[in-house]
Design a protein around this ligand. Sequence first.
Ligand code: HPA
Ligand code: ZN
Length: 343
Amino acid sequence: METMEEWIRRLPKAELHLHLEGTITPRTLVELSALKGEQASAMTLAEAEALYAYEDFTGFLQAFKAVVTELRGPAEYELAAWRMLEALAEQGVRHAEVYISVGVIFRLRPEEDRRDPELFARIFAALERARVRGERELGVTLYWIFDAVRHFTLDEAARVFRLAAAMRREHPSIVGIGLGGDERQAGSEPFRALYAEAAAAGLRLTNHAGETTGPEAIREALGIGSERLGHALSAERDAALMEELRRRQVPLELNPGSNVRTGVCPSREEHPLRRYFDAGLMVTVNSDDPAFFGATVADEYWLAHAVHGFTREELRRLAENSFRASFLPEVEKQRWLDQIGSC
Ligand code: HPA
Ligand code: ZN
């Protein structure tokens, strides 16, 4: 008899809210530190694990940055992306749209950035090598989303988005842009013109909204043209907004495990996943930063069943939503929907 876990693994799933750097486990970090070739700089597992300690959302953002600091060049990024792809394949994720924290990369190394303007292009080429190999060897397709940090300057976000627009011409795997960081420090309105510019360049628009902030932040994100919303945890505090999200079927990238672990939601039981689903919203479940939060997307499906009582039929709907809400071409979406139907 196939168990629920086995069936979930077999169910084709897309992951739409996943930060590359947040997939790096302490074990992979040790592996990355050994790549430098200098024995002295290799980390112990305990040293790596210590970087992942945090108490709240602000602490999480700091821990995330500390892990990005360990990624020094193309070789580290390529291995990190490859380990991520292996983990996705293992869970039965067939397509992922992955945030790269481009804003953090530039902020962390101003000196190196000035000295070596081609560094990011080499890092991206390494990520592309992993992506192409993942598609060929593991059957997992990837799109990249360039993520800026909303509490850094507008100029920094402009650089990230314009780079995405420029590189996209040669690399169609760069599908969109997004904004992460601390919503309590900056909303979406300041990015209106940059979002319009990105859309005009053919980029798709995602946005973290309503994670640590109220429904007004979600309205603001919709107001600047965001097509897909990350977290949207506070939407249920505004009935009219809920109705708008339902009517427009705005895809929501929910991350229950993340929200509980960063303390923005008191418990899994209280997470609105079930209520949003029952209200007819376009919900997807995702892992956000699995190495920090301790749950993969396959775990999230299982917990939707165990904690929120999602039946197989309802889990199938979540999987269908994940492909419908993806930025894949329609024919590809249909191909996956057909496969889910017979799973
Ligand atoms: N929210 C904001 N910033 C982030 C996140 C998130 O979920 N993950 C990585 N950076
Ligand atoms: Zn996120």
